[in-house]
Design a protein around this ligand. Structure first.
Ligand SMILES: Nc1ncnc2c1ncn2[C@@H]1O[C@H](COP(=O)(O)OP(=O)(O)OP(=O)(O)O)[C@@H](O)[C@H]1O
Length: 755
């Protein structure tokens, strides 16, 4: 049916014109206000009177207003072409008629007529669209639960201000709108999906902020996308309590952050901290350490794990340093530091005990046990000063009384004479001198006591820990000879002034326990994407420094390629990190790829034979079969990729990736590609920016990304063995394409792809 034949077409196109006009006028008004405030700010800046604080206050208010107008203008730039994307007709139980609720990326309110024209997708009432079907429905808001009935659910396709299509829907998962969305070609960057958020995704986005949330989501199930929409939702919902700066997303690399960088601005959100674990660790440590290239370690593990003793040692040591054994050893070591932090002596003045060591130690170990060691010292300082003040008065009074008594005695015993006067004046002088001494030493007593506490630097504590017997015992109970490997690695790194990524959690933890966090770290909610590659220790460390425990953790165990340190089971995280006080939700539907591709990828996953690795369910979208092509040389493979890219470009596809197993393989292929029409550029993992187009990258860097077409350059039995790590690497590579997957091999195909 043509859209014009829809019975509501006239009504809807009139409403759209009205809304476009409203949005245009609102935009003009904002522009006008902005021009005026720009002028004002410009004038005040040029003519500010340096002595008049009123001028500064005015300038500050004006620039704040200017910034808020700029933000509104950015938001409306997009919304003015497409003010809404859906409508729900809802009749509250007591109401006489149903209300048309239009839903958009931002709200539009007609202030004059006190009428909400469009509601923000994050508003409580918009939940009706995401969560409910036609018929009886409810939503919850500040007034409680509102019950009623949905009589219509409609989605709109609006382009350049024109109504292109509309769909009346019920079950959202399988609708035409979603199909159209998913069938589109991959852009350079991830995009927002507000109009097609699915029920199970919506529950994650709107889940309680105060209960830690773990999401196990299959490849392509929307984890990254949902993580960003959740942040936008939380910022909107807790606008009064939190600033956008209080939210932080941790992603695996800078180029991945760049890949996702457009979603939040598209959702009208800015200033959210988007960082990697390493960068956040440096922020907390207030120092940048040189790290051993993470990809170098991973690529050695990927390539040489069963062939090289050194690599085996690296794996063993990394595994231990990411384990709870290591964390427990640090805890024991820090306990020892805690017990000896306070000097084992009384706090005295003029040889009089003001605070005994036992009392001070009690304050340090018990009274202030929840504070970092150095912050406890600040509190103890206050105790010492307060008691000292009282004690000094008492001591001076005593000296005075003592002196008075002696004077009386002298007066009683000796007749008034020059000698008596001399003795008395001697006594008074001595008393004054003593009082002066008490006063003088009281001024410096606290400082000099505290100065005996000499904290080391974070890295010095870490070095001492590496030599501590606690570590020795625990490491040896973990694996024979492990301590020697760890120590020799540590000493080698120390000499080169470098650290491993596994050291960072320990360094941050020590910094937090001993020194505390800088006021500059203002994070209140952390979202972690690709969390399967985090260690439990890393998560535990983050949890201890973010006290409110407000977390969203998203990952896919099937893509856990840092398995030597990563998470093997979410229950472990729930149990150890959150003491089982968290929600664990799953996303099984995969939206990225076609049924044909996902089915092939799932076969590889099943080879691992681990019930924790749940295969993804593709959403009904068919495409071409996966093509397997054997060639006698790599040159022939490159030729075929080049030819296929040319063909796919004609079909309108835009993004292509050659996925290799290792970075070395990328460099080897790159030379062969130098003679072809299409030359991919290599992603090494160190890039700050992701440009899209035609790329070549190793599979361990491909997680999180997606492309229209993927070419797995060589899946032969030499490169991909029948083991868990290779199966996961292949699975990650196979789940990256949206439309086309070609798998090449020389000689024999990997057993992972044989039925
Ligand atoms: N509800 C949805 N509507 C439309 N597109 C969606 C929806 N959910 C996810 N997608 C699309 O599916 C693709 C995969 O999403 P995303 O990258 O967020 O998944 P992921 O779970 O993080 O994947 P992976 O773990 O494989 O990296 C993206 O193109 C995203 O736009």
């Amino acid at each position: 049916m043509s859209i014009k034949e829809h019975p509501d077409y006239n009504y809807e196109s009139k409403w759209l014109s009205y809304m476009l006009d409203f949005a245009r006028k609102y935009h003009e008004e904002l522009m006008l206000k902005k021009a005026l405030i720009d002028k004002k700010v410009d004038y005040t800046t040029k003519h500010i009177n340096a002595d008049a604080s009123q001028d500064y206050i005015e300038l500050m208010i004006s620039t704040q207003f200017q910034a808020s107008l700029e933000k509104k203008l950015e938001k409306i730039a997009d919304a003015k072409e497409k003010p809404y994307f859906a409508r729900v007709d809802f009749k509250e139980n007591e109401a006489l008629e149903s209300e048309k609720i239009y839903i958009g990326k931002m709200s539009f309110i007609d202030d004059e007529n006190k009428r909400v024209l469009v509601v923000d997708w994050r508003a409580p009432i918009a939940n009706l669209y995401y969560e409910e079907r036609l018929g009886s429905a409810k939503y919850s808001c500040v007034d409680g639960i509102i019950n009623g009935e949905i009589t219509l659910k409609r989605q709109y396709s609006i382009e350049d201000g024109n109504l292109i299509n509309m769909f009346d829907i019920d079950i959202t998962t399988n609708d035409e709108f979603l199909q159209a969305f998913l069938g589109a070609s991959a852009d350079n960057r991830l995009k927002e999906i507000v109009s097609t958020i699915q029920v199970e995704q919506n529950r994650i986005i709107r889940a309680d902020m105060w209960k830690p949330l773990i999401v196990q989501g299959a490849a392509g199930s929307g984890k990254t996308t949902i993580a960003l929409h959740r942040i936008a939702y939380l910022i909107y919902t807790y606008e009064k309590e939190f600033l956008p700066e209080n939210f932080m997303i941790i992603a695996p690399s800078k180029f991945f952050l760049n890949y996702i960088s457009e979603v939040l601005p598209e959702l009208g959100v800015d200033k959210v901290k988007q960082t990697t674990f390493e960068e956040f660790a440096f922020d907390v440590l207030e120092k940048r350490y040189k790290l051993i290239d993470l990809n170098f370690k991973l690529s050695s593990i990927v390539e040489l794990r069963s062939k090289n003793k050194d690599v085996e040692n690296i794996i063993k040591s990394s595994e231990f340093k990411s384990s709870m054994y290591f964390k427990n050893a640090i805890d024991e070591y820090l306990k020892e530091i805690e017990e000896n932090f306070i000097p084992k002596e009384d706090f005295k003045i003029a040889n009089i005990v003001v605070y005994s060591y036992d009392e001070i130690q009690y304050l340090f170990i018990n009274e202030y046990k929840d504070l970092p060691y150095l912050k406890r010292v600040d509190e103890i300082k206050k105790h010492l000063s307060n008691r000292l003040k009282l004690k000094v008065e008492e001591i001076i009074n005593n000296i005075q009384t003592e002196c008075d008594k002696k004077v009386i005695l002298v007066k009683r015993k000796i007749e008034d004479s020059d000698e008596r006067r001399k003795i008395i004046s001697g006594l008074i002088n001595k008393k004054d001198e003593l009082i002066e001494r008490v006063k003088a030493s009281s001024k410096t007593a606290v400082k000099s006591y505290i100065s005996k506490i000499k904290p080391l630097k974070v890295e010095q504590y870490y070095d001492c820990f590496m030599d501590s017997p606690k570590l020795y015992n625990l490491a040896n109970s973990y694996a024979d000879g492990l301590i020697e490997i760890i120590k020799s690695n540590h000493n080698k790194n120390k000499a080169q002034k470098v650290y491993e990524i596994e050291d960072l959690a320990a360094l941050v933890y020590i910094k937090y326990v001993v020194f505390g966090m800088s006021e500059k770290i203002r994070v209140k909610h952390i979202v972690i994407d690709e969390a399967q590659d985090f260690s439990v220790f890393q998560l535990l460390m983050l949890k201890s420094i973010i006290k409110d425990s407000s977390f969203t953790i998203l990952g896919d165990l099937a893509q856990g390629i840092h398995s030597y340190r990563g998470i093997k089971d979410w229950d472990e995280v729930s149990n150890i990190v959150f003491k089982d006080r968290c929600n664990l939700l799953t996303l099984e539907e995969s939206y990225r790829t076609t049924i044909e591709i996902m089915n092939e990828a799932n076969k590889v996953l099943r080879k691992i034979n681990n019930p924790k690795l749940i295969p993804a369910k593709p959403v009904i979208r068919h495409g071409e079969d996966v093509k397997y092509e054997g060639y006698s040389s790599i040159e022939d493979i490159v030729k075929d990729i080049d030819k296929t890219v040319n063909e796919l470009k004609i079909e309108g596809f835009k993004s292509f990736a050659v996925i290799t197993k290792t970075l070395d393989e990328c460099f080897r292929l790159n030379e062969i590609f130098s003679n072809s029409d299409n030359k991919p550029y290599i992603l090494t993992g160190k890039e700050d920016e992701y440009r899209g187009g035609f790329v070549m990258l190793p599979s361990y860097l491909a997680k999180g990304l997606e492309f229209d077409a993927v070419f797995i350059s060589n899946a032969n039995d030499e490169l991909y063995k029948d083991d868990e790590l290779d199966a996961k690497l292949l699975y990650v590579a196979m789940t990256r394409p949206l439309h086309v997957l070609k798998i090449y091999y020389t000689d024999k195909i990997t057993p992972l792809l044989k039925l």
